[in-house]
Design a protein around this ligand. Structure first.
Ligand code: C2E
Ligand code: MG
Ligand code: MG
Ligand code: MG
Length: 277
């Protein structure tokens, strides 16, 4: 583009690029005030035990309703929030809201329900992250063993601080999951020295496993490896009964996906919880 070529960028700056930049600016600005303007909500997707089909946990997934642009995907706005630093207060808000909600569900009878919360790279590397987690657990009175922090595998790419942070988190008593496992760049050796409780098999593998025998082999290998390492396995993006059955047979403990349920507002998730009682 003209922009990359430098020189007289003004004349050749396309309207499409300009539109994209305007949208980005709107998102950057909007993110700063999204919490106080009460535009953020969490949806919750059930995670089931593949043997019993019981809901054992929920994953909290962030939703942002922008007054002008409507509902926005976290895939679009999380990277922007990371870049501007807005992810720090937003991440805290997510943790606190999710812990409070699950504590409330526990208190009305769903005693063993856990919650998985996604944490971004920038958030985890921020000084004082483990302390913030500890404070939120204290404030919400949620037992740490019911909180599962999901970190995407790419975090571990030439990252030295994460080992220390992981150990601090383990000392608090929370669980740690590697999200989107298999798509990042980390070497397998990190699995031997980081205190990881769960591997979440990336949706792309689950999606292709029935059609593609090599992908099926990869899925089985991840499950076997996780089991040998005493980790729990969670499959994401289960959309078909045959996928669920194969994963169950291969020894995958837990699963989530549209076949079981889409992410739902808290009130609708509560209906599902009550139905299975
Ligand atoms: P993720 O943590 O891997 O979450 C799973 C994503 O897959 C969610 O997308 C979920 O709605 C979607 N999904 C679940 N089951 C299925 C299925 O059967 N089929 C398909 N096609 N998709 C399925 P969502 O909610 O758009 O979130 C996208 C990503 O944004 C998340 O991926 C996570 O990395 C990030 N994210 C979401 N909430 C937060 C948050 O509070 N903090 C941070 N740092 N990241 C978040
Ligand atoms: Mg996740
Ligand atoms: Mg994932
Ligand atoms: Mg994913």
């Amino acid at each position: 583009s003209a922009k990359e070529e430098g020189g007289n960028t003004y004349c050749f700056y396309s309207s499409k690029e300009a539109e994209g930049d305007i949208r980005k600016m709107k998102l950057e600005n909007g993110l700063r005030t999204a919490i106080e303007n009460e535009q953020l909500t969490l949806h919750y997707q059930p995670v089931v035990d593949l043997q019993t089909s019981k809901i054992i946990a929920v994953e909290a997934l962030l939703r942002w309703e922008h007054p002008e642009l409507g509902f926005l995907s976290p895939i679009e706005f999380i990277p922007i929030a990371e870049k501007t630093g807005a992810i720090i207060p937003i991440g805290k808000w997510v943790l606190e809201t999710a812990c409070r909600q699950v504590k409330q569900w526990q208190s009305i009878g769903f005693h063993d329900l856990s919650v998985a919360v996604n944490a971004s790279i920038r958030q985890v590397n921020e000084k004082g992250f483990p302390m913030a987690v500890e404070n939120i657990l204290h404030e919400t009175q949620l037992n740490p063993r019911f909180l599962d922090i999901e970190i995407t595998e790419s975090l571990m790419q030439n990252d030295t601080i994460s080992g220390v942070v992981f150990k601090q988190l383990k000392a608090i008593g929370v669980k740690i999951s590697i999200d989107d496992f298999g798509t990042g760049y980390s070497s397998l050796s990190v699995l031997s020295y980081l205190p990881i409780d769960r591997l979440k098999i990336d949706r792309s593998f689950v999606k292709d496993m029935l059609e593609h025998s090599k992908t099926d082999s990869i899925v089985r290998t991840i499950i076997d490896m996780g089991n040998h390492l005493d980790m729990k396995l969670v499959a994401e993006g289960i959309e078909e009964e045959e996928q669920r059955e194969a994963l169950r047979q291969y020894g995958c403990h837990f699963g989530q996906g549209y076949l079981i349920s889409r992410p739902l507002p808290a009130s609708e998730l509560e209906v599902l919880l009550r139905e299975q009682k």
